[in-house]
Design a protein. Sequence first.
Length: 540
Amino acid sequence: MASHDKTQATSLDVVVIGAGFAGLYALYRFREDGFSTRAYEEGENVGGVWYWSRYPGARCDSESIYYNYTFSDELLQEWTWSSRYPEQPEILSYLNYMADKFDLRQDIQFKTRVTAAHFDNEHNRWQIYLNDDTSISAKYLITGVGCLSATNIPDFKGLDSFEGEWYHTGNWPHEKVKFDGKRVGVIGTGSSGVQSIPVIAQEASHLTVFQRTPQYAVPARNHAYDPNFIRQTKENYNEIKRKMYNSWGALPFVPHNRSALEDTPEERRKVYEDAWQKGGEGFAAATYNDLLFSEESNETASEFIRNKIRETVHDPEVAEKLLPTHYYATKRPILDTYYYETYNRDNVTLLDVKKDPVEEVTPSGVRTAEAEYDLDILVFATGYDGMTGPLFKIDIHGEDGTTLKEKWKDGAETRTYLGMTTAGFPNFFMITGPESPSVLANVPTAIEQHVNWIANCIQYLSDHEIEKIEAKEEAEEAWSEHCNEVAQATLFPKTESWYTGANIAGKPSGRFPIYLAGFPIYRQKCNEVAANGYEGFWMY
Ligand code: N01
C-alpha cells in the first residue's frame, strides 16, 4: 500500500478509466451534464484499442459509416470516411478529431494507469489510485476499458532467449516494423492474424503461419466511398441511426426472415453467393435468421465457406488445413482481404500447431514437436484475455473489501446486473461490461447506449439527493441467469472461443458473458429498469 500514500487532495464527481471510444464519449456526456469529470488513460494519446493496435493491415470489421458516434449531428456531418473499412490510422484520426472538437484533452490525464480503486464506505466515494503514486477521490467510477485491451501472450518457454524482434498485434510499435528480407513467424489466425498475414507476406522473405484453429473468413471487399454515397448517407443519418438502434447487432442489417433450411440448396447457394460477393459483415447478419441457433442451418453456411476455401487455395493439402470445423460465427466472424489467396504464395508456409504444437521459442526461432523454424521476427496475433481481463488489470475493491476478481473468481462466476453494475460495488458502472451486448453489437453504438443510460441514472441520483446506488443480489442473479439462458439457446457456448474464455490457459469458462437477445430487447430492458425508478437497485 506504500504506493497509495501520496493522496492528492483532488475530488471529482466522476472518474472515467480510458480514453478510447467509450471513455471519450463518457467524458463528453458527464461533463455536458455538469459533473466534474476526468479521464485517465495509459496511452500517450486518445484512441484506446485504436491507439495500441497499429499492426499491418489493421482495420475495423464494421462498416465505417456505422462504426462511429451518432450522438452529434454536427460530427456526423463534418466527418467523412474514405472507405468501407478504413485502416487503423483513419479511425485514430477520427477519435482525435472528436476529442479536439469537444475540447476533451484538457480533462484527460495521459500516460497514467489506474492501478486500483477502493470504495470508501464511510463517505460513499471511490478512492482511485494511479501509477504515478497519487490518488483521487470520485463519487462515481466508470470503466471505459473495452472488452479486448488485455493482450494475451502465451507463456511459451524460452521467449526471453529469442534473439530476433517480437511483437503483439495489440501493442504494436509506433514506428514501421520492417519485414522486408526477413523470415517472419505469425502465431494466431483470428481477426488480427487474418488481417496482418496477407500484408506481412508481401514484404517478408518468408512467412511461417502457426495456426491452432482454422477460421472462417468472408471477403471484406473494401472500396473507396463514392461522394454520392457519402452525400446520401449524410442526408439519411437519422434513418440509418433508427435502423441501427432497432437491429439485433446495432447495425442496419435485416436477415431474410426464414431458416436456411426453408430454401432449396440452389436458393441457399444464391443467397450465400450474393452475400459473399457483397462481402462484409452481412454474410453473417443478413442471410438466414437461424444460423446461430440451428446446427443444420449453420452447417450450410459453414460448408459454403469451406468450399470457397477449397476453390481458392491451390494446394489441396494446404486447403484441407485451412478448413474450419466449428459452427460458423460462434467464434468472431472475420473479414479478410486476400487471406486465403496468401497461401498460394511461394514464400508462405502454413503449420498446424494443434497437430504439431509449439514446444518452445529458441534464440533463433520456434521449435515445434516435429521441427525447428528459424525466424527474424515473431508476431503474436494471439488475442486477448477478453471481457473480464481488462477489468481484472485494475485492483477494484468493493464495499466490503472484496475485489472484483475475487467476486467473479477469474471469470467463472461473472455476475452483473444489466452488464453495467455488480452487487457489492456501489456507484460503479462498466461501459460494455460482461453480460451486456458489448462485442456482439456494433461497439460505438453499444457504448453510446450505456453512457446515456449511466448519465441519466447519475442525473436521477443527483436530482433525488441519493448518495449511493448498488445492484441488488437477487436482481443480479436473475440477470446473469437470464443472460446465460439466452446464450444456451444458441450455438455460441458450444464453441471454445475468447468469448467463453477458453483461449486463456487456466481461465475457467463460466457463464457466457455476452447478452445475446439483441440490442433492441436489451435497450428496452434497460429503459424499463430506469422507468421503474431504477428497479433492482438499492439506493440510499
Ligand atoms: O485474437 P483471437 P485477435 N498457440 O483470440 C491463437 C477484435 N478484433 O486479436 O482459436 C497457438 O481472435 C488462437 O487460436 P485458437 C475482434 O473482436 C477486431 O485476432 O484459440 N495459437 C487464435 O487463432 C476479434 O475477435 C478487429 O485455437 C494460439 C489467435 O491466436 C478480437 O479482437 C481486428 C495460442 C487469436 O485470435 C480478437 O482478435 C482485430 C497458442 N498458445 C481484432 N494462443 C477488426 O475490427 C492463442 N492462439 C477487424
